[in-house]
Design a protein around this ligand. Structure first.
Ligand code: SF4
Length: 379
């Protein structure tokens, strides 16, 4: 069977390894474009969140490339993600698309269901092959995240626009082609060496900005209008706070064994929000406070229109922003958002942060200027 899955940043690389490793043919959907979104928007309910619409577009495009089944994660908690698989299945049925949907529910939902679903997916291979596949998949998840993290630092200093992205794409290709753990490690080493070799302008006045919010819009560049690349080109070191490998570790592995996840981090959210609200809502509040403590110049909070957990966080961030005196820009995206509008807001925010930083530098030298208390979040 030919299996596809939703596009989500670089996750297609480990997903491909996982599907092929358990004996299926992986159909990677074409990269997300306006056409993908238009397809999804045509068939999804209007009030559905943006990721669901893009996912539907991914499936329809993958089906045109021969996909026969879909691998999708399930979920628990107050947000709509737990219903995604079922809703998507019904949407596809309604429009007469015959794709088998295999939903892997998280183990917290019940170990027996989780094991049954995994056994069904891995029925063609031996236990040894399953172990090898999981090891290779995990290595690729961490390799992709490692390379992306390095690119976010390098891009802010690159002397020639686009050099960092070229290195990143080439390194990711090497990770994608790697068929052993050793090859994955070698691909990461090659990538890190190439990032070091990128010509840099070390005199550039750079800013550090934390990016927080809903996981899909953080990880999928099409959904966030290539926010990280754009900020890097503006001389910003982006510190994205959500990574796929960390999400797997905390939300699937540690949670399944009832281990406390991110205890120290989540304590920072306590004065504002004391419980899980679904998705990454709680983490968004905690990460904003944590980034402010480490001296970040600003925070960008990104969420899809109607995203319930992030709307909760959005309503709290003005208070966090005031308490920690850190500027926060909120970007709400949906199918009506336009790249030019988002990029203009990013440029204005970066200008504001530069002015803010210079004002503080002057203030610390005794020159009278506006006080930090005048800062406020920018919605
Ligand atoms: S986290 Fe937000 S965008 Fe994602 S499924 Fe839940 S409500 Fe939708």
């Amino acid at each position: 069977m030919k299996i596809t899955f939703p596009h989500m940043g670089t996750a297609y690389i480990p997903f491909r390894a996982l599907i092929q490793g358990v004996g299926y043919h992986a159909v990677v959907p074409p990269r997300c474009t306006q056409k993908t979104l238009a397809l999804g928007t045509r068939h999804a309910p209007e009030s559905a969140c943006l990721p669901l619409k893009i996912n539907i577009g991914n499936y329809l495009e993958a089906q045109q490339q021969g996909a026969e089944g879909i691998l999708m994660a399930g979920g628990i908690g107050p947000c709509r993600f737990g219903f995604y698989g079922t809703v998507q299945k019904e949407i596809l049925q309604d429009i007469g698309i015959a794709l088998e949907m295999l939903i892997i529910e998280p183990p917290q939902q019940g170990w027996s269901a989780f094991i049954n679903q995994l056994s069904y997916l891995t029925r063609k291979v031996t236990k040894g092959e399953i172990a090898q596949t999981l090891a290779l998949t995990w290595a690729k998840f961490t390799a992709c995240d490692r390379l992306e993290k390095e690119s976010l630092k390098t891009r802010a200093y690159e002397a020639t626009l686009g050099d960092t992205s070229r290195v990143l794409h080439h390194s990711l290709e090497l990770v994608d082609q790697a068929s052993s753990l050793q090859m994955v490690r070698q691909a990461v080493r090659t990538g890190l060496t190439s990032f070091k070799a990128v010509a840099k302008d070390l005199d550039r006045e750079v800013l550090t900005v934390g990016v927080v919010g809903e996981i899909y819009t953080l990880l999928e560049p099409f959904a966030n209008f290539y926010l990280e690349e754009r900020l890097g080109e503006l001389g910003v070191i982006v510190q994205r706070q959500v990574w796929f490998s960390e999400w797997i570790l905390h939300h699937i592995v540690l949670s399944a064994f009832k281990k406390r996840r991110n205890g120290n981090l989540l304590r920072l959210a306590k004065p504002y929000l004391t419980h899980f609200v679904g998705g990454h809502g709680l983490e968004t509040v905690a990460h904003t406070a944590a980034m402010a403590k480490t001296g970040a110049d600003g925070i960008i909070h990104i969420l899809p229109f109607t995203c319930m957990p992030e709307i909760v966080a959005q309503s709290i961030l003005p208070e966090v922003s005031r308490d920690y005196q850190i500027p926060v820009l909120t970007l709400v995206v949906d199918e009506h958002s336009a790249e030019a509008g988002i990029h203009t807001r990013l440029e204005a925010f970066v200008d504001l942060l530069h002015n803010h930083k210079r004002a503080f530098q002057k203030a610390s030298k005794g020159v009278e200027t506006f006080g930090k208390k005048e800062m406020y979040p920018i919605a």
